[in-house]
Write a protein that binds this ligand. Structure first.
Ligand SMILES: Cc1ncc(COP(=O)(O)O)c(C=O)c1O
Length: 482
């Protein structure tokens, strides 16, 4: 049976009031120090953090280090649309990824993190369409629903009839669409399950959005963390073929891909009207990401393209750089004069900044290092998956088929009816283990408690020894509840 739950526009998200208590406990320094005392020198281990704890690639960090002493970045605030070279690099990345379909710089705006991008979209929708609602196929990342409710947009959770390790079918989702629906939220790589949306499903979702004249908000967070066997579908290419680009709002960021969750870096790609509104919000709040990360983002995007086009990297490089260096133009409502003066004043810094992008051969050798990092990352996550299977094999009833990223959703062999709040609090208070159970990712605690069962997000990016120790401690808790 499909479970559909509607969150009151004034409620909280996930629709689990005790969630706030759980988080408060996790963050309470007094509680943490009491637990640490009891642990006698051992760590508190967060098995569900959702963070990428694997170190970022060193050649990107070197770029960051180089940019840190460039006077170009002594300016504390960036132009409201975001650093112009980065905006163009994102546009170049998307055009080349989508086989030269035009995604213009005016379709891109940088935001202070993905969560802030959610808030901007929520604000736009709530002003334009009062009484609107958003559909979230669950389980899913609850930060999006939280942003919607913050701006009075009702959230409708739709669960799959096949259980939480799979997303609901398109027809299950369509049943929840009504005249107030304004958007559907999807993660390219689901958080918590790690399941990658298929090309066919993405196509169906785009057609659904077009049919009902609503938006498909696609969150591409962590989508670069995949192995060579998984093909990441390109939203713009599909939307273009279906003549539905106007229905797409794509959101991305680096917080998970490059392990920098506290550094607010995100971006929105969409129609110019929406992008202009977000630029205005940025202008009014100064909430643009630190431009210090510009070189890192540009290199990252270029390497992702190299990765997808191993046979014609030189051609890709030439096209990418020419789009990135295109004429600085009047792309933003705040006017071109600011951009021009800003860059002329700091022209030396601009030259220094562009230096690392001038030599294809050097970039190519850095790319080899990047690839090496990517395979090590995948090895690391795969090894943790084996550790998980080894330690909790007889305690896990089933798990999601993780395709990419580093989160997996597991169902524990436990009797029905266990209070999820109790379970998570006991794990924390008695063993110093943090875990996030099902209701964090949508629906109501009673849905999980009475029918779906005890599902937990496990994050596979920890150092192996810490991960192993965390699982061994967690296993004792599962035994207590069995
Ligand atoms: C799927 C997804 N989207 C967005 C975010 C938030 O990212 P940011 O740190 O850029 O706000 C997260 C964080 O966990 C996430 O998992």
């Amino acid at each position: 049976m499909t479970i559909i739950r509607v969150s009151n526009a004034k409620g909280s998200y996930p629709p689990w009031e005790e969630y706030q208590t759980l988080c408060r406990d996790f963050w309470d320094l007094k509680i943490r120090s009491e637990i640490l005392e009891r642990l006698k020198g051992r760590h508190i281990i967060d098995l569900s953090s959702g963070f990428n704890l694997y170190h970022p690639p060193s050649m990107l960090l070197k770029q960051l280090q180089r940019d840190a002493i460039n006077p170009l970045f002594y300016f504390p605030y960036e132009s409201p649309g975001g650093q112009p070279f980065v905006v163009r690099a994102i546009s170049a990345y998307e055009c080349l990824r989508a086989d030269n379909i035009s995604i213009k710089p005016e379709n891109v705006v940088l935001t202070a993190g993905t969560t802030w991008a959610f808030d901007c979209i929520a604000q736009l929708i709530s002003i334009k369409y009062p009484d609107s609602c958003a559909i979230i196929p669950v389980p899913n990342y609850s930060g999006f629903g939280l942003s919607m409710l913050r701006f009075g947009i009702k959230v409708i959770d739709v669960g799959s009839s096949k259980g939480p390790k799979e997303p609901p079918s398109i027809s299950e989702v369509e049943k929840a669409v009504d005249k107030n629906t304004k958007l559907i939220y999807l993660c390219l790589i689901n958080n918590p399950t790690g399941v990658l949306i298929t090309y066919d499903d993405l196509k169906e979702y785009i057609l659904l959005a077009k049919k009902h004249e609503i938006y498909l908000v696609i969150d591409e967070t962590a989508s670069s963390l995949h192995n060579n066997h998984t093909v990441i579908p390109c939203i713009w290419k599909i939307a273009y073929e279906l003549n539905a680009t106007e229905n797409i709002i794509a959101i991305s960021g680096l917080s998970k891909d490059r392990s920098n969750p506290g550094h607010r870096i995100g971006w929105i790609i969409s129609g110019k009207d929406k992008v202009d509104e977000v630029v205005k919000m940025n202008l009014e709040t100064y909430a643009v990401p630190a431009s210090l990360f510009s070189g890192l983002i540009i290199k990252d995007l270029l390497f992702r393209l190299f990765d997808d086009n191993k046979s014609n990297q030189c051609d890709i490089y030439n096209k990418f750089v020419s789009i990135m260096l295109g004429q600085l133009g009047p792309s933003w409502p705040s006017g071109s004069i600011i951009e021009k003066e800003f860059h002329e004043y700091l022209i030396r810094g601009v030259e220094e900044f562009l230096e690392p992008f001038k030599n294809f051969d050097i970039l190519q050798s850095e790319f080899n290092e990047f690839q090496n990092w990517q395979s090590k990352f995948i090895e690391h996550v795969t090894e943790n998956f084996s550790i998980l299977k080894l330690i909790l094999d007889s305690e896990i009833e089933e798990h999601s088929k993780m395709d990419a990223g580093y989160n997996i959703f597991i169902k524990l062999k436990l009797p029905h009816g266990i209070n999820q709040q109790d379970f998570a609090l006991t794990a924390f208070r008695t063993l110093g283990i943090e875990v996030l159970p099902g209701p964090i990712f949508g629906l109501l605690p009673c849905d999980w408690q009475e029918s779906l069962g005890m599902w937990i997000r496990i994050t596979l990016s920890h150092p192996h020894d810490i991960f192993r120790e965390g699982l061994l401690r967690f296993k004792t808790l599962v035994h207590r509840y069995q």
